[in-house]
Design a protein around this ligand. Structure first.
Ligand SMILES: [Ca+2]
Ligand SMILES: [Ca+2]
Ligand SMILES: [Ca+2]
Length: 258
């Protein structure tokens, strides 16, 4: 079903892709070197309650606003603000998705949450250029989780990796507006997430991050909306060269600060 999401996204932006073909080809020739964002992840200075509301601790986290629409990299119609923190127990993510038309219907774990308004996290403790596996979290505006441990990034089609669940994942969604009512104009929805290190498959024989340690990651979203010219906008904190949130070589960097 991941496949169906990718197909939907591709169909939605086919026109944009066609008109950008020439530009993309030229760019490819220049690409040899990537310049990924490095998003610093500081230690949480105090306790974080997972309730969808930002407490004081979040003030220490740099604001991540460099979301763009792949593959051309234009600024999204609807902005997204994100923050990341960590402590000895977990990685924390807070995302605020501005959204005039908030919609979500799926309630079953690992359903196609990307056909709703959804916020996403991709993570792997490797260099994007060489990583083959990664974690993928997609949480819709109802708080329904689709989580997967993609063991081989060359095999993402079909229902294979989503049977993995993050057993201790905590998350909360807060909606500023009215869900599933397109007749009024909404403001935003927020996701607060706590992903314990003990839930990450690679942490079994691995110490906690040292100061300066870099992992591959990016944050992304689908905004389904009557206000979106194409009906749906996909955006990512990484400059993705393809309309593919799962293309690991395009991921950004999260750098842990002790
Ligand atoms: Ca909170
Ligand atoms: Ca929306
Ligand atoms: Ca799962």
């Amino acid at each position: 079903m991941r496949h169906s999401c990718l197909v939907t996204a591709t169909a939605l932006l086919l026109a944009a892709l066609l008109t950008s073909c020439a530009t993309t080809t030229t760019k490819k020739a220049e690409e040899g070197k990537r310049d990924p964002h490095i998003d610093l992840c500081y230690r949480a200075p105090g306790p974080i309650t997972i309730d969808g509301v930002m407490e004081d601790a979040w003030k220490k986290a740099p604001l991540i606003t460099h979301f763009t629409v792949p593959p051309k990299g234009q600024r999204p119609y609807m902005k997204t603000e994100a923050r990341i923190l960590w402590d000895d127990e977990a990685l924390y993510v807070f995302m605020k998705a501005y959204d005039k038309d908030i919609t979500a219907y799926r309630t079953e774990r690992d359903s196609d949450t990307c056909n709703d308004d959804v916020l996403e996290l991709f993570l792997v403790p490797d260099d994007p250029a060489t990583a083959v596996s990664y974690l993928n979290f997609e949480i819709n505006a109802l708080g329904t989780v689709h989580d997967a441990y993609v063991y081989n990034r060359n095999l993402i089609a079909g229902r294979r990796w989503q049977f993995w669940n993050a057993a201790k994942l905590e998350h909360a969604v807060k909606i500023h507006g009215t869900l599933n009512n397109f007749r009024d104009e909404d403001e935003a929805w927020c996701l607060e997430l706590k992903l314990p290190f003990s839930d990450m498959p690679w942490m079994e024989n691995r110490p906690l991050p040292i100061n300066g340690e870099q992992w591959a990651f990016h944050l992304a979203r689908y905004d389904w909306s009557i206000y979106q010219p194409n009906g749906c906008e996909l955006s990512s904190s990484a400059k993705l060269t393809k309309l593919n949130f799962h293309f690991v070589p395009d991921f950004d960097i999260i750098q842990f600060v002790r």
